[in-house]
Ligand binder design. Sequence first.
Ligand SMILES: [Zn+2]
Length: 184
Amino acid sequence: MGRKKIKKKGVRKNRRSREKIKAKKIDPSSPKSESKKELTISAIDDGTVIDHIPSDATFKVADILRLEKHDGVVSIATNLHSKSVGSKGIVKVGGKSLTQDEVNKIAIVAPDATVNIITNYNVKEKIKVKSPDFIDNVVKCSNPVCITNNEQVNTKFYVVKKDPLKIRCHYCERNMGKEDIQII
Ligand SMILES: [Zn+2]
């Protein structure tokens, strides 16, 4: 019985907060309306926001940044509506600035991503990622007999085509597309 009561309370609360939002909405054609929608995940005071990640690469970006080991705030949202990418993901990482190496890795799975450096809740710098020409020790070769899968050899790929991504293994010359990419 007690549980039922709590549930009812929650529903009522939700409805009230939804009404509040509705009442606040003044001009739906306002250019700010899209950024308002993006606030579905909380803002961070200091850190990095990676935006415009294709939805299917959102968790790969989290893997690249090893976010499961990060101590600060991490917010991951995916399958968000985006005018430019269609369906996108956003990753927000509190208390972390990315290295150039990490930015390059992100470019492999999210070539249109933007990296925003946040200081005191404001965007201090906006970086557009750039696909690298070489990929060293980031991607696993999909060829099971490749030397990199059998000996202690770092993987190395050449970027043959940037969009859609096509890379070639330096050792076995296997060509790989976006769908074959597995981050080490
Ligand atoms: Zn290979």
